[in-house]
Design a protein around this ligand. Structure first.
Ligand SMILES: [Zn+2]
Length: 73
């Protein structure tokens, strides 16, 4: 029996924030993404393994991880 499995990141744009970048210092839009690493079986994503929240500066492109607890406040 042939078993096809793999994994991949699923990315969802949650919202866009206007923040000052810690790297370049520019006040710019920072899209907030939720990235979920999922195991897939026969190309169907089934089991989430890891979830990360990141923001990305649109001026310089740097990505920064965000603590999910900080998003609740
Ligand atoms: Zn920046």
């Amino acid at each position: 029996m042939l078993l096809i499995f793999g994994w991949g990141w699923r990315v969802k744009h949650l919202r866009t924030l206007t923040l000052r970048c810690a790297r370049c210092g520019t006040t710019a839009a920072h899209p907030l993404y939720r990235r979920v690493l999922k195991v897939s079986l026969f190309f169907i994503p089934l089991i989430p393994l890891r979830t990360r929240y990141t923001i990305q500066c649109t001026a310089c492109g740097v990505q920064t991880d965000v603590d999910p607890a900080a998003l609740q406040a």
